[in-house]
Design a protein around this ligand. Structure first.
Ligand SMILES: *Cc1c(COP(=O)(O)O)cnc(C)c1O
Length: 426
């Protein structure tokens, strides 16, 4: 390793926070010099096949000409203007596309600057909706355990209370109601008992509940659990029966990742409020959106103060919207369907071999998501080092070694990822 890279990494270690990392004893970090297609290039010369799509975002691969072009055109025109009292073509286009592609009934788009903020906005919309209906007592949320919805305070309050950060912030967090996580797996026969605890809790608490918040079909960072769509269908019905709004967090699952454009489509339902983010800009810049029904929008704005009380400084950032438009245009070609289908087939075949390994407890696949769950927590630093040596970028957490590669990955490249998982766990 050259002296300048060493000096960089030393500075980084002493002064820069990384996600979920100790400032005293940080995990090793690798300096990136470039990225192209499904490859991340390290400053030390290695090239790694990316198994994470940079946390669900880079679905079309890095350095994609259409996205680069959209960014360049927009940057030479204007990068940002305030969204209060001003609007522009990139925002109008992205909102029109989102309304067209999301499940029916979702008509009003709030552009947010990150996934967590879009969840804050969704929860605030639900609270303000009920306050304006004269039901300010409906101010709590119910959510299944094992969820993950972001790191800001309202979002944190609906994350899994055990593997989330509840114990640290108990007194500062809003107290929500937790239902058991769905148990019936995606391809199993639906078990009617699976919905009973949610129904019972909603029955008992509906007078104080504003909304049910969940990740449709795949619970992501809270455990990579893939559950039966019937649970989602029944959850929608329960919300209708008991007067709750349904908030679907599609930040990880949206834009084709699970084999449907949105995971809600597995159950053929529409939420009252939906959050999207992550892959929205194809992994280029941060942008998210909260999309609600006309009923929710009307309900919020008919009561006092007559406006929705939220407005980020960089709301509707034109540069982000322009790139999102280019990414959504690639999605609109429909090529993702064959790509995700092929990835699902290949992951199912190649990861199933991991069942034979002593360390492995479970293997599960849906769309372009492959999960190998170990019997005990893995040594992240050690595994990461072995993965880098094998020419792949895979970042495990807890007991989970999982991949969600860019849709454009080729067969041989995906085999290299699955082979590395097998070899490293063997
Ligand atoms: C990543 C994620 C979030 C948070 O998004 P950020 O952009 O990191 O704030 C929220 N919900 C789900 C389901 C996510 O996967």
């Amino acid at each position: 390793m050259s002296n300048s890279i060493q000096a960089n990494l030393a500075f980084d270690q002493q002064h820069i926070w990384h996600p979920y990392t100790s400032a005293l004893d940080p995990l090793p970090c690798y300096q990136v010099s470039g990225a192209q297609g499904v490859y991340i290039h390290l400053a030390t010369g290695e090239s790694l096949i990316d198994g994470c799509s940079s946390w669900w975002t880079a679905i079309h691969g890095y350095n994609r000409p259409e996205l680069n072009q959209a960014a360049k055109v927009q940057i030479d025109n204007f990068s940002h203007v305030m969204f209060g009292g001003l609007t522009h073509q990139p925002a109008i286009d992205v909102c029109r596309k989102l309304i067209e592609m999301t499940p029916c009934g979702l008509e009003r788009v709030f552009l947010a600057d990150s996934g967590s903020v879009s969840v804050e906005v969704a929860m605030k919309m639900a609270l303000q909706y009920w306050a304006c209906q004269g039901s300010p007592n409906k101010h709590k949320f119910i959510t299944p355990r094992n969820g993950y919805h972001g790191d800001t305070f309202a979002a944190m309050s609906v994350c899994d209370p055990v593997n989330g950060m509840h114990s640290l912030f108990t007194d500062a967090l809003a107290q929500q109601i937790f239902a058991p996580a769905p148990q019936t797996r995606f391809a199993q026969t639906w078990n009617e008992d699976d919905i009973a605890p949610l129904e019972e809790l909603i029955q008992r608490h509906h007078n104080e509940l504003a909304a049910l918040v969940l990740e449709p079909v795949v619970q992501n960072a809270g455990g990579m659990r893939i559950y039966h769509p019937e649970y989602l269908k029944r959850a929608r019905q329960l919300c209708d029966d008991y007067g709750l709004l349904l908030i679907c967090d599609e930040i990880a699952t949206g834009f084709g990742r699970t084999g449907k454009l949105f995971a809600c489509e597995h159950a053929d339902i529409s939420p009252d409020i939906m959050c999207v983010g992550k892959a929205l800009t194809g992994g280029y810049v941060t942008l998210a959106a909260t999309i609600c029904t006309e009923d929710v929008a009307q309900g919020i704005c008919q009561g006092d103060p007559g406006v929705f009380m939220h407005g980020p400084t960089y709301m509707g950032n034109p540069l982000a919207c322009a790139i999102a438009n280019a990414s959504l245009d690639i999605i609109a070609t429909g090529e993702w369907q064959q790509q995700v289908f092929n990835i699902e087939q290949q992951l199912t075949t190649e990861l199933s071999r991991c069942h034979e390994l002593e360390a492995v407890a479970d293997v599960r696949v849906l769309g372009a998501i492959g999960v190998v769950e170990c019997k005990s927590a893995v040594d992240v630093a050690a595994l990461q080092r072995k993965f880098v040596a094998a020419g792949v970028w895979i970042r495990p957490f807890g007991k989970l070694v999982y991949i969600m590669p860019p849709y454009v990955i080729r067969t041989e490249e995906l085999s290299q990822l699955t082979q590395a998982i097998y070899d490293v766990l063997a």
